[in-house]
Design a protein around this ligand. Structure first.
Ligand SMILES: Cc1cc2nc3c(=O)[nH]c(=O)nc-3n(C[C@H](O)[C@H](O)[C@H](O)COP(=O)(O)OP(=O)(O)OC[C@H]3O[C@@H](n4cnc5c(N)ncnc54)[C@H](O)[C@@H]3O)c2cc1C
Length: 512
């Protein structure tokens, strides 16, 4: 098909208007790319995206990502949820408790040794916040549309063909053309399957259930999370139950619907009670199947979010991982399309994101391993409890859950290289994150050095000078559009050669 006004060739076609596809589309559109999202579902609303099912914990990295694009204040839900799962439906006017768990073992936030996080400033954004899928998607849809993204719903991508310069995508009985295609179409990704991506990993240990029910005798169930001889159940609200049944995922894989009788049988067995369910309103199942695409790119086709990696939702990491993919990929793909990318920039999407995916999959497998209903797992679980009672133990666990220790292995000597830029607060009260709303690369110069200003202009970077309240000993830093420090210096006379080399790794010199 030839491109016409009715059938334009988009820079990027994104498969899926889930949170990752929407966030990626926003990043691309912010960088002036034309983006078309094709979404399978006609209706963006679903009970599974609403409370209590749709509750999602965002970690420090996702909170920063939203903040750095001016979206944080649009997320209202966290201001009303006090304690997730406990008061989720009875939204209250209080800030949430920022806390977390590993394999159901709650950690004590007060014991964290924050001195180990020496680059986290008092002006940093929250370490965690609670959102709801529907709210997140609504906020991101609004932003995407305001940036000019076209979203077509009710169109499931079935296959595509790619040539040297474009991808033709088939959805329903229509076809669409893009220079690039990104599969953000979730765990069963059609793009991943049609693209022949290998999806390697491990099979599930359990079927997880989330269900809204009426109980005749709720007092028979203990409140909170209960690990039992046969599994785990969590009763957080009178009518909401989460269960883990270690059946190697067989019920989930059977594709059978959850009936009241089945839910009751599983609940009775796991809780070792004769509790009675009188009504089953909504129920869904999930597993801990862990798989990751062995490559994230095949020619002009890329994967991000659940399309690239799946794992148990325990400890809530999947969405965070996916939003991180989008933040990492957006500016790199835009620069590639606009011929502003130095050699190898797009490949760094895989080399940076794939190792983080491995870590998250291992994190979720480790949790499953110590939750299994057998004596060996219980023994390990007890050791973990002890370790999580130590200062170093809780600091390590919290750092992993909140994403505070997450970084990329980038070339460079400064310890901050590859880490998220601290939220420096400048003397006029403006914070670093607020200077990143436009998604540009930044050269930060606390010493007002004229040479750095010239270099910023050469590479098309935003030059920011001025002093900050807490500078952490840093005199200058090069910050990528995704907020990652590509180079930093503590020296009053920063090494220009090093800076020039670092700039050239991520940005192309301007030709005019
Ligand atoms: C019970 C549960 C609790 C969770 N809690 C957390 C948490 O607290 N924190 C966290 O970080 N993560 C959590 N997760 C994981 C998180 O929900 C996912 O990782 C996240 O939704 C992935 O986003 P995505 O956009 O990649 O995929 P999805 O949210 O699955 O979106 C994919 C989109 O693509 C569309 N689509 C599918 N096929 C096609 C097609 N062929 N063509 C076009 N469109 C298509 C779908 O309709 C959908 O809109 C949880 C998951 C579950 C199941």
């Amino acid at each position: 098909m030839k491109a016409t006004q009715d059938h334009p060739i988009h820079d990027v076609i994104v498969a899926g208007a889930g949170p990752v596809g929407l966030f990626l589309a926003c990043e691309l559109a912010l960088a002036n790319c034309s983006v078309l999202i094709l979404e399978k579902a006609q209706d963006p609303h679903s009970p599974l995206k609403q409370l209590p099912f749709g509750l999602r914990g965002l970690n420090a990295l996702s909170v920063e990502a939203m903040y750095r694009r001016g979206l944080l204040q649009e997320l209202e839900m966290h201001k009303r949820i006090k304690t997730p799962h406990v008061t989720a439906t009875a939204a209250q006017d209080a800030k949430p408790q920022a806390e977390g768990h590993f394999a159901g073992i709650q950690f004590n936030k007060a014991s964290i040794d924050t001195s180990q996080w020496k680059y986290r400033l008092s002006s940093s954004t929250d370490t965690q916040l609670f959102s709801v899928m529907e709210e997140l998607e609504t906020v991101l849809t609004r932003r995407a549309e305001s940036l000019g993204v076209t979203i077509k719903r009710g169109l499931a991508i079935t296959c595509f063909q790619q040539t040297a310069d474009r991808v033709t995508v088939q959805a329903g009985n229509q076809s669409f053309e893009g220079k690039w295609l990104v599969g953000c179409d979730g765990s069963r990704s059609a793009v991943r399957k049609a693209g022949g991506f290998e999806f390697a990993g491990t099979e599930p240990e359990f079927t997880g259930y989330s269900a809204r029910v009426d109980l005749a005798d709720p007092e028979k169930l203990k409140p909170g999370r209960n690990v039992t001889e046969t599994g785990m159940y969590l009763k957080s609200q009178p009518d909401y139950i989460i269960m883990q049944d270690f059946d190697e995922g067989s019920f989930h894989n059977s594709g059978k619907p959850v009936t009241l009788e089945h839910a009751q049988e599983v609940l009775r067995r796991i809780s070792n009670t004769d509790v009675t369910i009188t009504a089953l309103h909504v129920a869904t199942t999930w597993t801990d199947r862990s798989r990751q695409a062995t490559t994230y790119r095949n020619g002009r086709v890329l994967l991000a979010g659940d399309a690239a990696h799946i794992h148990s939702p325990l400890g809530g990491q999947g969405l965070n991982l996916g939003l991180g993919d989008a933040m990492n990929l957006g500016w790199k793909l835009a620069a590639t399309i606009q011929n502003k990318a130095p050699e190898g920039l797009l490949d760094s999407y895989y080399t940076e994101r794939h190792p983080l995916g491995i870590k998250v999959l291992e994190w979720s497998r480790a949790q499953v391993a110590i939750m299994k209903p057998n004596p060996h797992a219980r023994a390990l679980n007890a050791i973990f409890r002890d370790l999580m009672d130590t200062r170093d133990g809780v600091t390590y666990i919290a750092g992993r859950i909140w994403g505070i220790n997450t970084h990329y292995s980038l070339e460079g000597n400064h310890p901050l290289t590859g880490h998220s830029v601290p939220n420096f607060e400048f003397d006029d009260g403006v914070k670093m994150g607020e200077l990143m709303f436009d998604g540009e690369g930044v050269l930060l110069d606390f010493n007002g050095n004229g040479l750095l200003k010239r270099l910023a202009a050469e590479y098309g970077l935003k030059y920011i000078s001025g002093s900050a309240k807490e500078q952490l000993g840093i005199t200058a830093a090069l910050v990528r559009p995704d907020g990652i420090i590509a180079w930093a210096s503590d020296n009053n006379d920063p090494d220009h050669n090093e800076l020039q080399k670092a700039a050239g790794r991520w940005f192309k010199k301007q030709t005019h």
